[in-house]
Design a protein around this ligand. Structure first.
Ligand code: DQA
Length: 159
């Protein structure tokens, strides 16, 4: 970018981490009636496309392991200005993830492909939701895109 004095200005794109929790690597094959037919790669490509449009740099990670996700959250806190997370089943019982997210001093948005409030009783409660900025649930793969826009909005709002 060139500023009004014709100097070259380096514009830093905000970095956002996207974290996928347990079993989300099985999307496409896993209960397609609930989670849809898109694979995790399809969703990541959609996210990268939208990120390019918004001028965001994305770091996308997946893990089936709680401790690895805690490590990723701690990394995001240092390296990124926002975090989008689908904690999968850990949403319903992981106090370790909750503590890590509560300690992260960056805006966090929780997303779910399915509407967890319309499903089995154990899924209707998220221990994560009270410590994040907001939750998007029930829009299939679009939940991720809406979530990314929500993090982007929060970052712009805080400037
Ligand atoms: C999920 C909902 C969780 O209950 C489930 O365990 C998942 C996926 C969703 O995206 O709808 O793994 O987080």
């Amino acid at each position: 970018m060139i500023d009004i004095f014709q100097r070259e200005v380096i514009v830093m794109s905000p970095k956002i981490m996207v974290l996928h929790g347990p079993n989300l690597n099985m999307l496409g094959e896993r209960e397609p009636r609930v989670y849809g037919k898109l694979t995790l790669d399809d969703i990541n490509n959609m996210l990268q496309e939208r990120a390019l449009h918004l001028g965001i740099e994305l770091t996308i990670r997946h893990s089936n392991h709680e401790g690895v996700l805690v490590d990723e959250i701690q990394e995001a806190q240092v390296e990124c200005s926002g975090l989008l997370i689908n904690p999968g089943a850990l949403s319903h019982y992981s106090y370790a993830l909750r503590d890590a997210l509560q300690a992260a001093n960056i805006p966090v948005v929780e997303i779910h492909l399915s509407n967890i409030y319309s499903r089995e009783p154990f899924r209707r409660h998220s221990v994560i939701s009270p410590v994040v900025k907001g939750v998007i649930s029930g829009f299939g793969p679009r939940s991720y895109l809406l979530g990314l826009e929500a993090v982007f909005y929060l970052l712009n709002e805080s400037e």
